[in-house]
Design a protein around this ligand. Sequence first.
Ligand code: XMP
Length: 517
Amino acid sequence: TILILDFGSQYTHLIARRIRELGVYCELLACTTKIADVPFKPKGVILSGSPYSVYEKDSPHVDPAVWDLKVPVLGICYGLQEIAFTRGGRVHSSDKKEFGKATITISGSSRLFEGLPAELTVWMSHGDQVEKVPDGFKTISATATCPFTAVEKPDENIYGIQFHPEVTHTQHGSTVLKNFVAGICGAAATWTMATFVDKEIERIRSIVGPTAQVIGAVSGGVDSTVAARIMSLAIGDRFHAILVDNGVMRLNECETVKETLQKHLGINLAVADAGELFLGKLKGVTDPEKKRKIIGNTFIEVFEAEAAKIEAAVEQAGKGKIEFLLQGTLYPDVIESISFKGPSATIKTHHNVGGLLDDMKLKVIEPLRELFKDEVRALGSILKIDDDLVWRHPFPGPGIAIRVLGEVTPSQVAIARHADFIFIEEIKKAGLYRKISQAYAALLPVKSVGVMGDARTYEQVIALRAVETKDFMTADWFEMPYDILKRISTRIINEVKGVNRVVYDVSSKPPATIEWE
Ligand code: XMP
């Protein structure tokens, strides 16, 4: 395992991502973690970048015990400055930022740069830089303005680089990381999804034991389906999946989920048919955060009632007790929660099942907590889950309720649903679905004048939204070919009653968000 200590750079999770891509397992911990508390013996340590400056009063510093580990250390950006700072070098603080591409010239024959050309284009993002290296360090690459873009102390296997190898703009960045983790640290490439499945199934069996039962919510998304699949492979019928039909899922979604989980994957599934309850509570509500709160709370209520039914049945049959709640948490959420800066500001409250734990005395089990989204998809394929589901765009917990702007009524939901179905169908037909990260149709609560045949119409507007994004924190609107837009708009206007106008959303995030509400 490679240990990454996170000093808060926006790129830290990419370091983890790149190393996992090399087949090497790594874990990310807050930079303030005491080395004695690290629950594994790392083969190497990476110190990440940071928005701080090493000389600031409250800037974070690594536990000096890291040097007693006697394993290779690589400092990236702030990590390099931290090495200089803690080992007797000097850092020059500067308000001037170097941000963007730079060309570095490599000198000597460092193991870090093995197999690389003498010049590299790299990604820089820093203000401060090292101006004096600690004793025993030598420079292994420089630029015109940054004399210590890379340094090493080979006898102790300490390396520092000012640029960001984890960012794709850095040429051969992955090779630099590979030279470090595989070459210098000697970490084996044993991290594959196939080995993960076997280990995870074993882990689940040992945690759950021979009789306890597990419940978990499924939504039809890839995360909850993969999590449910692993659970059912591990403990079979002792896992109970619950699908809450909240009345604001997509067209035919409930049926599809049922078919996939029950029929294809043989998972024990209960469906709580609660559409009317949700829509009843949403009546008259237009505020987006209120909608989220109502849906979140009602979800918990319905889920708990369903769980109680299952519990009663299980106990009556003398089959043990429900002791665990399955959650499909992914690694980015874990990273967010362990960041030493704390979770970022709440723009929208994405609570889906978060509140469940407060009410039910269950222990959480999270089979995907070490994985990134693309690893979950790879896992889904290995576990023979349908391609359609594995590549499904994310769908928000509050569903169509936050895509019907204004009041959510059954007829409004039906319009949004139908338009969304046509939009997605056409995107799939055009072979664009996987290029787009997320796409949906929103129903706007405005009416506009149109003409159909000889008659004036006065009907609502559908806004189409399609974005490309890697992390959903920022997103670009998707450049949809005109002919496809034309086909989609014609179909929606002709086929969806109540709509006479279609618009395409050309706003990026930020400042717009992906959802309209
Ligand atoms: P925004 O609109 O914040 O969306 O740019 C970013 C991603 O989060 C999804 N999203 C939600 N997911 N509950 C969820 O489970 C929510 O309340 C919620 N709001 C937004 C959104 O679909 C996008 O993928």
